[in-house]
Design a protein around this ligand. Sequence first.
Ligand code: ZN
Length: 246
Amino acid sequence: MNRIFAGEMIVTDLSHTVAPGMPYFPGTEAPVFSRPFTVASHGFAEQKITLLTHCGTHMDAPAHIFAAGPTLEQLGLPHFVGSAVALDLTHAPGPVIGPDDLLPFRSLLAEKEFVLLRTGWSKHWGNADYFRAYPVLSEAAALWLAGFHLKGIGVDAISFDPFDSTALPVHRAFLSRNIVLIENLANLESVPAAEFVFCCLPLKLADGDGAPARAVALCRERKKKSAQLSPLRRSARRAGNAARRQ
Ligand SMILES: [Zn+2]
């Protein structure tokens, strides 16, 4: 279930599941999962997970590419929550998103703290196409976005730079300004274009150059519509209420 009702809020999960066989950036190390303790053998269950800090849905700190850059713990909790806008770039003409693709969204960006780039690429999660020619910002587009007062920017693809990039110009454009990056987001088609809060909480690692994170969108349920909930939403709401009582 990717959406739940919590009081007046709708909470949408924007994270991929951490699981054996999950995609990881080719050339790095695969995550390793084992079950050293099980209820059947030990009376309790614990899994063992060996995971690079940039695996799955995760956040990049400036320390990811700048040796003296802030780590996640130095940025702290206020840097991980804020007002957000999702830009629908699913119809952008090519794999490179340029300034012209972003300009129509200019008025939506004012006073926002996070920008999420909805490219539609998360539909390839789990197959080889996920790593091939995924959409990326041009350096000019990245510098234009980096001129806004953002805490972070997210995308539903494996990286902000092309697969074979070593210069990492888009990473540099944002991380040099302490704008964190969130990669491998999911379900961006389920969030509204604007008027929501993005909350992405990375693991509280010491010296975190990055960390896996649970990313969600929080948006207010519209009162008018709540008076005429469809049967499906009524049952989803009942399930949410029942879950809260447990
Ligand atoms: Zn990363």
